[in-house]
Design a protein around this ligand. Structure first.
Ligand code: ARG
Length: 459
């Protein structure tokens, strides 16, 4: 039964009904709608709209409905109700007859849907926080495992300076820390209850909205009824938190896709997260990572779509806003799946430390060290940079690393160079000099791991 038949002479066309109905999407709000309805029935009891028995019977019926939904969330889809609010009301009437028709007193689907969606966001946000923390933990474990493994660090995708694999992992731990902060921040602002705002002007019943908000587990009630039913900032904030985090995930994926390439050969991904080619038997493709990288696009798409939908919408509720859920559900599911897949990737990957070390040694990654050495011999840095540039050019032409030049060869570039230069050119010395806070030296990486694990780390 539709919730609004009285004013109409004709039935809506089936084509329009299919276009207008949101149940195929908003069925996921069933539990939130029922929980919100129980709280509303209590509020109606307090203002004398329902008797204690009536409220009791409604609460019982809603309780059994929630059990049905929990046992099989798909049961909702068997109905041709317009949306989840109509479905819950219809089911209630099936269970308790005319009493079910009293529940909607003083309430509108506009404050109802806003409340349901915020409750859903809070629940899903909690799950996402857990997935983020799990992913960070997997990165921490990997960084512990590979804390001493040498990895070429890149700028412009050219080998720049050696770092450790553990340091690379910790870079992502930082990014996901900021994502956690952003998500918590968005959830804090979303944590206000619109219920009691009515269609747009506020309910006409003397409901204590602060009490009602607390009953539903919200921090407080919203403060303006027009805003409460028209606000979808929380949807956009969650989508933008998801987008930024997917950007981080896509960079994580891209780094590893490159490390896994035949050309680099730095890591091997586990069979669990890779697939083969139907034609080329030798292939082992990094599908999980490519999908993570690719799915970032659909999450940005959902964010952009919602910004576009909300742009220039007049106050208060407009049906345009029904478009909020499909993209939000999809984007947050996608984000969660990618984080969970990221855990599997991180847990299963093996680093080929011989290849990473060889690559770090081949790329003249110690050129800065030679320049710093010359600086220590009183040559100004700019001049040292030029001298080393000439030496690197000669080394490239000779096809060998800087440290393979004999002392007399090196002296052609600067007579300040002495035998002690060789210890400065080793990878170990390049790494171990980066003792500064946030640097890549092995002891600094170890300190960072320990400080994160002890919870002392500042975001
Ligand atoms: N299904 C709608 C939505 O998701 C809620 C109903 C509000 N509809 C209305 N005609 N006021 O936004």
């Amino acid at each position: 039964m539709a919730l609004w038949g009285g004013r109409f002479k004709q039935q809506a066309s089936t084509q329009f009904k299919a276009f207008n109905d949101s149940l195929p999407v908003d069925f996921r709000l069933a539990e939130q709608d029922i929980v919100g309805s129980v709280a509303w029935s209590k509020a109606l009891l307090k203002v004398g709209v329902l008797s204690a028995t009536e409220q009791h019977d409604l609460e019982q019926a809603l309780g059994s409905l929630i059990e049905e939904v929990q046992a099989n969330p798909q049961v909702v889809l068997e109905s041709d109700a317009e949306d989840i609010h109509s479905w819950v009301e219809g089911k209630l009437i099936d269970k308790v007859g005319d009493l079910g028709k009293k529940l909607h007193t003083g309430r509108s689907r506009n404050d109802q849907v806003a409340t349901d969606l915020k409750l859903w966001c809070k629940q899903k946000g909690g799950e996402l926080l857990l997935s983020l923390v799990n992913f960070q933990q997997a990165l921490m474990d990997l960084s512990q495992r590979e804390r001493a493994t040498v990895l070429p660090g890149y700028t412009h995708l050219q080998r720049a300076q050696p770092v450790t694999f553990g340091h690379w992992c910790l870079a992502y731990v930082e990014m996901f820390d900021r994502d956690i902060g952003r998500l918590k921040d968005a959830l804090y602002r979303a944590d206000t209850s619109p219920l009691g705002s009515g269609a747009l002007a506020g309910t006409a019943y003397p409901i204590n909205r602060m009490e009602l908000a607390a009953d539903l587990g919200f921090r407080r009630a919203t403060m303006n009824s027009l805003d409460a039913v028209s606000d979808r900032d929380h949807v956009i904030e969650l989508l933008s938190s998801a987008s930024i985090s997917m950007m981080h995930l896509s960079r994580f994926a891209e780094d590893l896709i490159f490390y896994n390439s035949g050309e680099a050969g730095f890591i091997e991904l586990s069979d669990e997260v890779t697939s083969g080619s139907s034609l080329m038997p030798q292939k082992k493709n990094p599908d999980a990572l490519e999908l993570i990288r690719g799915k970032s696009g659909r999450v940005y798409g959902a964010m952009t779509a919602m910004m576009m939908t909300m742009k220039a919408l007049p106050l208060a509720y407009n049906k345009d806003m029904q478009e909020d859920k499909e993209g939000l559900f999809d984007a947050l599911d996608t984000w969660q799946q990618c984080l969970d897949m990221g855990v599997m990737v991180a847990q299963g990957l093996r680093v080929n430390s011989t290849r990473t070390l060889a690559a770090a040694q081949q790329g003249y990654a110690n050129a800065t060290e030679l320049a710093d050495y010359l600086v220590s011999k009183d040559i100004p840095f700019r001049e040292a940079h030029h001298i080393v540039g000439e030496a690197v050019l000669a080394a490239i032409e000779a096809g060998k690393p800087l440290e393979d030049f004999s002392l007399s060869e090196l002296k052609q570039y600067s007579d300040r160079i002495e035998e002690d230069v060789y210890k400065h050119l080793s990878i170990e010395s390049c790494l171990d000099k980066r003792e500064v806070l946030g640097g890549t030296s092995r002891s600094q990486v170890q300190k960072t791991i320990e400080s994160i694990q002890s919870g002392k780390h500042e975001i």
